[in-house]
Design a binder for this molecule. Structure first.
Ligand code: BEZ
Length: 254
């Protein structure tokens, strides 16, 4: 979750499903009036605002400066801070820590820093409610990307951390949490943008893969990745791409 050059308008316009699916995770959080809640990886702040609507007192943090700028512009009455969750020092207690579709951007080796931060900032009995990409998330897309770039002589591996329950629950326990709910499930996700949906997704989230290619090579590689995935992930009748998302969702009590 380090600062990157994501465009917040592209993120909202082309990937609004991230927020929409996140509303389901919010129901699991069940924020109450007066509770203090930390939203980790808040992006453009829409779920932070939904938490505030419940009457809770919420702080949103995100490592990407452009996201925080957009969140502040859209919700000027809410509190947002640019911060990397690994290094964040909240200086106050929270009743809950919440995170949707953000934690998988931090390498697995660094999750102990995030879990320490969450454990330290939560009051006794406080809860950590989160969803991230789980084991096998976007596996077909990753395989096609890596195979295509390998064929082009590019040595890349994906930057994401998609843990299983068996891997993540012990990590939570090691930080003093009791895991009261954990679920790993398939959530095929229709990408926005019709026939351009996969390309838009790769351009938004997978840009680092193509860093070593010229613009023409990148375009060719994107065409070839689409070809590799068309049969499995594209529906020609509706002209939509569906990504093979898998989610890990958990509730852990301090
Ligand atoms: C996800 O939400 O699962 C995800 C989003 C972008 C890249 C990788 C995974």
């Amino acid at each position: 979750m380090s600062d990157n050059d994501w465009n917040p308008d592209d993120y909202d316009d082309g990937h609004g499903f991230v927020t929409e699916y996140g509303r389901d995770v919010l129901r699991l959080l069940d924020p109450q009036p007066g509770e203090r809640i930390l939203d980790v990886g808040c992006g453009t702040g829409h779920l932070t605002a939904a938490i505030a609507d419940s009457g809770a007192d919420v702080v949103g943090i995100d490592a990407t400066s452009a996201m925080i700028a957009k969140a502040r512009e859209t919700y000027p009455d809410l509190v947002f801070e640019q911060a990397d969750a690994r290094e964040y020092d909240p200086n106050s207690e929270f009743d809950a820590v919440f995170s949707n579709a953000a934690l998988h951007w931090t390498p697995g080796t660094d999750h102990d820093d995030i879990l320490s931060m969450a454990a330290d900032t939560l009051s006794e009995g406080g809860r950590f409610v989160a969803e991230l990409g789980g084991d096998g998330n976007v596996q077909r897309i990753v395989d096609a990307l890596e195979a295509e770039l390998d064929e082009r002589g590019e040595d890349v591996s994906h930057p994401w951390y998609f843990p299983s329950i068996g891997e993540y629950a012990p990590r939570l326990e090691d930080h003093g949490f009791e895991v009261t709910f954990a679920r790993l499930f398939d959530r095929p996700t229709e990408l926005e943008g019709g026939a351009d949906g996969l390309r838009n997704w790769l351009e938004m989230f997978g840009d680092d893969f193509f860093a070593g290619l010229s613009e023409t090579e990148r375009d060719d590689a994107l065409d070839d990745i689409e070809d590799r995935l068309r049969e499995d992930l594209f529906d020609p009748e509706t002209e939509t791409w569906t990504a093979d998302y898998r989610r890990l969702r958990f509730v852990a009590k301090r």
